[in-house]
Design a protein around this ligand. Sequence first.
Ligand code: TXA
Ligand code: MG
Length: 351
Amino acid sequence: KMTKVWQLEGELLAGQLTEAAELLKAGELVAFPTETVYGLGADARSTQAVEQIFAAKGRPSDNPLIVHIASIGQLDELVLPYPELASRLMQQLWPGPLTIVLPVKPGAVSPLVTAGLATVGVRMPDHAAALELIGQANCPVAAPSANRSGRPSPTTAAHVLEDLDGAIAGIVDGGATGVGLESTVVELAGDNVIRILRPGGVTPEQLLLAAPDAMIDTPPAKAEATEAPRSPGMKYTHYAPQGDMEIVQGDAVEMTAYIRQAIAQAKSEGLKTGALVFAEREGDFDADVVLTYGGGKRQLEQAAQRLYAALRQFDAEGVQRIWAEGCEEQGIGLALMNRLAKAAGNQVTRL
Ligand code: TXA
Ligand code: MG
């Protein structure tokens, strides 16, 4: 199968997405940009279409998919009545990188989308091309991140092609995505508890601003192995590069010394080494591959944007041992540390 690429340049013109929307309607898979990462879209109502998502990604079928909508009006046909707190979050934070888990209307989407749960995760992406595509296709669009399972989420169309060329009908290329990490997934408990199932593009601080009376329930940085995963996706090891990775957090001087020593040791064992650090420390390490998050410590947004491309680059260069500088779990730093810890299989060293 040939994978078509629709290149979007400059202002979005309605006609540019007609063919992509027609393919979605016809039950084909179309990857598209969102503000977080690229999604792999299919008509959420069609089991035959959604089946192809799992096949193309090599994704376990017990992991449910997020349904993307372009307008609040589309929600009525998808979900049962939901709490007032949910509408407040939608009003304040949609379109945006927030997925809300709501009671699903029986029969509204393919059972493959919900993986048999009584709930469905819904979000309205903050991206003009995504909204236009979903609007033109005129259906709820199920879309996981457009990577092969176990690979970092794609933040460019080139990443999608790397993983899925020939396996999907097309890709809408809207350039690099803005946030660079996936959406925050929340469920609501009782009248005023917002439980974060997956930290992401919307920070706990933003949730609290949108719902000042709510309690925010944040998951522990390290999920307890014994606890049944609330968000089915959390139990899979995602985002892991092929090289063995360790996150190092703490005082800059100690961290630099620790990583330098570890690199020297690994090199003496003949291993290919990599380091991922903030730009101000780029020159401090003599790893075989030194990548930066860009900016200084406080520019966590830029770090989030670059993380997945960096992990892909380590793989492309065959790096065997990776050390990455951690950050504080504030703002987008919470999601960034969550993805770093996952990529490192929870090898996080706090100095
Ligand atoms: O930013 C994003 O969310 C991207 C873009 C494409 O929108 N999508 C994305 O999808 O990250 P995916 O499939 O890679 O991750 C979906 C996450 C998984 O952790 C899944 O377990 C959780 O959302 N999820 C989906 N439906 C759920 C539900 N009904 N209850 C609990 N968790 C759910
Ligand atoms: Mg994913």
